[in-house]
Write a protein that binds this ligand. Structure first.
Ligand code: NDP
Length: 503
């Protein structure tokens, strides 16, 4: 017997008398159409699934806060960064990228690191990864790249040929491939990894001065990675280990935290900088732009309901606040479109009204109206157009970005910089990695690349050889291809190499 006030009801509030026995004609059936409670229950169940994210489908999230620890008003006028000690509510979602919603957390994959700051000037989203770079620098390649990391259209299996064919034909990927196949490609938990903006963004201060910036959220738990063997064991024993770890740590009161370090470059420096600051396959070496600690991110509260708060969370790199804006990075520019677009598909045109996505500390006053699932007052009696003379909300010119000068002729052209795809992975391989890191890197690659066709193995080894002859030669030995042929292919242009290794 339900207590008074706790009776089960239909979706429309009618008390339900029995939730165990369908209405039938006689005790042995058949079931009658008039059991509207049954029909409603089944009809809703049949529609429980929404499209999973096409990338970053498997994830975990938590609430917390961001606290400013250094004065950055010289660089940005963003209100939430305006004062040391100021705290802003956040929601953070971590994820793998390529796997489906039920895939294992320990897969080798970049990890998403997305933060929603609920500021008084609207929501600001930072959609980063646990790696500072990316595989490609032009968004026209994105859909193709992701297809190769997912399933073969014929077999529905992950396919090493697709995976390495694309990467070996796209040499700009080798920096990210080298990070991914280091043990950083299998972080031990979401708590033990860094988050990077990867993209260059623009900050501007109250005087309108602009700066290029890169965000680095450094784990205060320390970096901890799985070896390939540990990751494989974890996949077999607990495919949800990182989701479980995050939830359990917060329940125990062990609140994970990250230090926000910024690299900040005056816009004028970028013109003559040795790398293109918009090229997401590059980092800014720390010696050029030493990271400055400016804040701290802490996660201290678990969601109450996974679907409502984590599955429906919709991060969008085009959610900026005054004082922060996009750079010309081509990948970023495309993400400004694509995230909003995919949320419209996945959650509907009013996804911004869902409690997890709506601004919490800023008013939301727009002339957008109607659309499926409009569940607030839809603007009430107010006007639904601008300009109007009925006291509707008016644009605020003070919120404008200063703007960037642009020049050039339209066309499909690559970034105009010399062929420097190998410089930074070379620094990583030679100068940053320890002997143990290099050993793991080579064996992690060999364990995957050995399953691709020989001509693809040769082509990919040539890319590694261009990074460093030792790197290419060791992988070649591991995947049983001729090291002399790898050296010969490495000396060719990308086009010649592709032709020499065609099917
Ligand atoms: P630094 O020696 O100043 O920085 C090297 C950085 O590499 C470290 O601070 C650490 O980044 C990161 N790192 C350490 N071990 C690994 C690993 N096994 N796999 C991946 N990253 C690792 O040199 P530079 O700034 O001149 O960069 C040299 C190379 O280091 C770059 O070409 C790039 O490949 C890599 N790197 C650089 C970063 C940057 O923003 N400058 C960031 C990450 C990697 P962290 O402190 O962020 O953990």
């Amino acid at each position: 017997m339900a207590e008074r006030g706790n009776a089960l009801t239909t979706g429309f509030g009618k008390p339900v008398d029995d939730d165990q026995n369908s209405i039938t004609a006689g005790p042995r059936g058949p079931v009658l159409m008039q059991d509207v409670h049954l029909l409603e229950k089944l009809g809703h169940f049949d529609r429980e699934r929404i499209p999973e994210r096409v990338v970053h489908a498997k994830g975990a999230g938590a609430y917390g806060y961001f606290e400013v620890t250094a004065d950055v008003t010289g660089y940005t006028k963003a209100a939430f960064l305006s004062e040391v000690g100021r705290k802003t509510d956040v929601f953070v979602r971590f994820s793998t990228v390529g796997g489906e919603k039920g895939s294992a957390d320990a897969e080798r994959d970049p990890r998403g690191f997305a933060i929603k700051f609920y500021t008084e000037e609207g929501n600001y989203d930072m959609t980063g990864n646990n790696t500072p770079v990316f595989f490609i620098r032009d968004p026209l390649k994105f859909a193709d790249f992701i297809h190769t990391q997912k399933r073969n259209p014929r077999t529905n299996l992950k396919d090493p040929d697709m995976f390495w064919d694309f990467l070996s034909l796209t040499p700009e990927s080798v920096h990210q491939v080298t990070v991914l196949f280091s043990d950083r490609g299998t972080p031990a938990t979401y708590r033990h990894m860094n988050g990077y903006s990867s993209h260059t963004y623009v900050w501007h201060n109250a005087a309108g001065e602009q700066f290029y910036v890169q965000y680095h959220f450094k784990t205060e738990q320390g970096i901890r990675n799985f070896t390939a063997a540990e990751a494989d064991a974890m996949k077999a024993t607990d495919p949800d280990h990182a989701t479980r770890d995050l939830f359990a740590a917060i329940e125990r009161g062990e609140f994970p935290s990250w230090r926000l370090e910024m690299q900040i470059m005056p816009v004028a420096d970028a013109e003559h900088y040795r790398f293109d600051v918009f090229d997401i396959t590059k980092v800014w070496p720390h010696t050029d732009y030493p990271p400055m600690t400016i804040g701290r991110l802490v996660l201290d509260r678990n969601p109450e309901n996974y679907f409502a708060e984590v599955e429906q969370a919709a991060f969008n790199p085009s959610n900026f606040v005054p004082g922060i804006g996009p750079s010309a990075d081509k990948m970023l520019q495309a993400r400004l479109f694509s995230y909003h677009d995919t949320h419209l598909h996945r959650l509907g045109p009013n996804y911004h009204l869902l409690p997890i996505n709506a601004p919490k500390h800023a008013p939301m006053r727009s002339y957008q109206r109607d659309g499926a699932m409009r569940f607030d007052d839809n603007g009430g009696v107010g006007p639904n157009y601008w300009p109007n003379s009925f006291h509707g909300p008016a644009p605020d010119p003070g919120a404008a970005d200063p703007g960037m000068p642009v020049t050039g002729v339209t066309g499909r052209t690559p970034y105009p910089h010399p062929n420097d795809d190998f410089v930074q992975p070379r620094a990583l391989f030679r100068d940053v990695m320890t002997d143990e890191d290099r050993n793991h890197l080579v064996s992690n690659i060999v364990g995957h690349l050995k399953n691709a066709q020989e001509r693809i193995r040769l082509r990919q080894c040539a890319i590694f050889y261009k990074v460093d002859p030792e790197y290419g030669t060791r992988v070649a030995e591991g995947v049983l291809v001729d090291a002399a042929e790898v050296k010969r292919l490495a000396a060719m242009s990308a086009e010649e190499r592709a032709a020499a290794t065609a099917e």
